[in-house]
Design a binder for this molecule. Structure first.
Ligand code: GLA
Length: 381
């Protein structure tokens, strides 16, 4: 049964009548442009064909009642009295409601049932998918205008200020604005986007290491603080404003890891623009070379890779038909991706699965994914 059917029939069982609306928002992979978003840089993610779905109907009061099939728990939120509860996923619902209200959007209540197939905590942005699905639900029942970039900013505000995770804009933006069949080059300063399709006959394979590291938030926040410190050192608003050429001459006083992290960001911005150009030229080989360079820089300079991610990437790169491979998302565990020739996907998946188990004793999960549309809502009436 599809997720849409599952949440629809669970809604009927729970509330005794059919839902009025179906909202969905996707997870994402990032092809290149890692740890650049909070330095106002460039990212090149695509929304994927894995999403969170909510079947819902408006209520006449100011309550939101949402049941999660995945967690088998229920959130019951009073929009007139939003309070922190530190209870997991419902905090994202409250955070989005809070951020929308802070933007003076008058919200109505609704009730719904939710389920998803974005693996939770794997680095494919299950939390952004949850935020954007909830935002779509609010938008549909409260009838404010959907502007992808504006809603993405509010969803990020929910995560930064309500949930307390100091992420950049990439995940919310791609979940809001993704385009079916295309990746998006996003300028994280202006939020201008450009559609960039995958090179012909190439497929993105997700390689989930199945490792999940705790304390990611503090490690992530340290990366961010160091990039901001480096920008202050250079006297610019963000590392986006430092050119590769000007970097080398002025790094003497920067502490080692901060300097290498800044070097990664500056090089990664250039690689992301080059990757978009390679994709527009249909050049999978060149895109693969840039993806490899991105991973090596994240491993050696930015220092957010792990043995598990390196094992996946190294194995993928050895396979015929693989153009390139890199970790995707924040790092510290989670997923890597490989760009693979369409007719080699089965062989690459089998070989990397075998190699990874030999190298680590653990089972990885590998699957191809397709570029999908951003958050959407459909009326069932
Ligand atoms: C996480 C954050 C994003 C981005 C990536 C690293 O996914 O949520 O904002 O910083 O890490 O590129």
């Amino acid at each position: 049964m599809s997720l849409a059917d599952r949440v629809t029939s669970a809604y009927v069982l729970r509330f005794g009548h059919p839902p009025a609306l179906l909202a969905r928002a996707p997870g994402r992979v990032n092809l290149i442009g890692e740890h650049t978003d909070y330095s106002d840089g460039f990212v090149l993610p695509m929304a994927i064909d894995r999403a969170i779905w909510i079947a819902l109907a408006p209520r006449s009061d100011l309550r939101v009642v949402l049941h999660s099939l995945d967690f088998d728990t229920r959130a019951d939120v009073d929009l007139a009295r939003l309070e922190h509860a530190d209870d997991g996923w419902p905090e994202y619902l409250r955070g989005v409601a809070w951020a929308l209200q802070e933007a003076d959007l008058p919200l109505r209540g609704w009730q719904g049932v939710m389920a998803g197939d974005v693996p939770i905590g794997s680095g494919l942005s299950s939390s952004a998918a949850l935020e954007l699905a909830v935002a779509r639900a609010f938008q549909a029942v409260s009838a404010f205008k959907w502007e992808a970039a504006a809603v993405a900013r509010l969803a990020r505000r929910a995560e930064n200020e309500w949930v307390g995770m100091n992420c950049g804009i990439m995940d919310q933006m791609i979940s809001a604005a993704g385009v079916e069949g295309s990746a998006l080059l996003i300028d994280c300063r202006s939020l201008a986007t450009r559609q960039v399709p995958l090179p012909p006959e190439s497929v993105v394979v997700v390689m989930d290491s199945m490792t999940r590291r705790g304390l990611v938030d503090s490690a992530y926040n340290e990366c961010r603080a160091q990039c901001e410190a480096a920008a202050r050192h250079f006297g610019v608003k963000a590392l986006r404003d430092v050119e590769e050429a000007g970097f080398a001459a002025r790094t003497a006083q920067l502490e080692g890891l901060t300097r290498r992290r800044a070097r990664h960001v500056i090089g990664e911005n250039a690689r992301s623009l080059a990757a978009a150009a390679a994709m527009l030229a249909g050049d999978a080989e060149q895109l693969g070379i840039l993806m490899n360079a991105s991973h090596d820089s994240l491993r050696d300079d930015f220092e957010v890779s792990t043995d598990a991610l390196n094992a996946l990437v190294d194995s993928a790169r050895r396979q015929p038909g693989c153009f390139g491979a890199r970790l995707t998302g924040a790092g510290f565990g989670g997923c890597a991706i490989a760009l693979v020739r369409e007719d080699a996907v089965g062989d690459v998946v089998a070989a990397v699965t075998r190699d990874y188990e030999e190298a680590t004793g653990q089972a990885a999960t590998l699957y191809a994914c397709q570029p999908a549309a951003g958050a959407s809502v459909m009326s069932l009436a």
